[in-house]
Design a protein around this ligand. Structure first.
Ligand code: F6P
Length: 341
């Protein structure tokens, strides 16, 4: 069997390890051949495909980014499924492994279930917001980078007796903010799922200062402040029309300074959280998911994706996984409260 593999949507640490895992497993266990599809669905629509051997994937488990490139191209643009079918036939590709987040997997599910295309999936997002899998690879690395950054900001905040507001990624959900905030001992944690008043934020900051601490506020980019209906998107729109979230930390810092009298500075971590080497946890998870995806493809179980259930790699229908977001549950928010302020 000849298997095409692609990475689509925002990149994340671990994509290369998935590619390596799939190619190694497919080649060694199933005598499959692989083709690399460049820049997500764009490569399949524009016939931008390259052979991919075990030689090409050597040493990849610790490398950040994706050797195949990625894009947010829509699968139903530029000829859509009919064009893809043509390219697959011309290239002799029998199966496609699509590695991506909610948007990619929703597209992949539709192509498999409605159009009958031979597509399977691997879930990816640093936000960890995909249902149908306990964790997505990339999240552990992003949370580790955010934690280390907060640790570093804390020492300079303590030296200057300042408050620091740290903005992390998290478009619809606050998993990175919650985990980095808990790991780094933040005094306020602000998530998209749980609205919090300015007054509450200021009380957390004052109470941390009253105990002699340099207050640390961790805010997810998707947090919606009480005087807004939408998340702050200070950087315009992406080419696909989505607002580029970001800027909430810069909005909050002067308000905190004014209300508390504590000098307050903001830092936006942005794409630092998506770049560089994956953690050991993410390398292992990515490799296992890649190997499982090769098995799913060889079994022609179209519409299925590899996913994590506890410590086991299992299979779920992509259509079920993209049904709803995996939000931070109330119990995790309640648990965090005793650590704040
Ligand atoms: O979904 C992952 C993510 O990193 C979000 O947290 C963020 O809002 C978005 O991607 C940013 O995407 P881009 O790099 O295309 O601006």
């Amino acid at each position: 069997m000849r298997i095409g593999i692609m990475t689509s949507g925002g990149d994340g640490p671990g994509l290369n390890a998935v590619i390596r895992g799939a190619v190694r497993r497919g080649t060694r266990a199933h005598q499959s051949e692989f083709a690399g599809i460049r820049d997500g669905w764009r490569g399949l629509l524009e016939d931008d495909v390259t052979p991919l051997t075990t030689y090409d994937v050597r040493g990849l488990s610790g490398r950040g980014g994706t050797i195949l490139g990625t894009s947010r191209a829509h699968p139903y643009s530029g000829g859509g499924p009919a064009r893809m079918r043509e390219v697959l036939r011309a290239r002799g590709i029998d199966a496609v492994i699509a590695i991506g987040g909610e948007g990619t997997l929703a597209g992949a599910a539709r192509l498999a279930d409605d159009e009958g295309l031979p597509v399977v999936g691997v879930p990816k997002t640093i936000d960890n917001d995909l249902d149908g899998t306990d964790y997505t690879f990339g999240f552990d690395t992003a949370a580790a980078i955010a934690t280390e950054s907060i640790d570093r900001l804390r020492t300079t905040a303590e030296s200057h007796h300042r408050c620091m507001v740290v903005e992390v990624m998290g478009r619809h959900v606050g998993w990175i903010a919650l985990h980095a905030g808990m790991a780094a001992g933040a005094h306020a944690v602000l998530l998209p799922e749980f609205p919090v008043s300015y007054d509450r934020i200021h009380r957390w900051v004052r109470s941390a200062r009253a105990r002699g601490r340099a207050p640390i506020v961790v805010v997810a980019e998707g947090f919606v402040p009480e005087d807004r209906v939408e998340a702050v998107a200070a950087k315009g729109e992406a080419p696909d029309g989505r607002p580029r979230l970001g800027g909430i930390a810069d909005e909050l810092a002067p308000l905190i300074e004014e209300a508390t009298g504590i000098e307050t500075r903001s830092t936006v971590l942005g794409h630092l959280q998506r770049g560089g080497s994956p953690t050991a946890y993410d390398r292992v998870l990515s490799t296992r998911l890649g190997m499982a995806a090769a098995d799913i493809a060889v079994e022609r179980a179209w519409g299925q994706m590899a996913s994590l259930d506890g410590t086991d790699i299992v299979r779920v229908r992509m259509a079920d996984a993209v049904d709803k977001l995996k939000r931070v549950p109330q119990s995790r928010w309640d648990e965090m409260q005793i650590l704040l302020g």
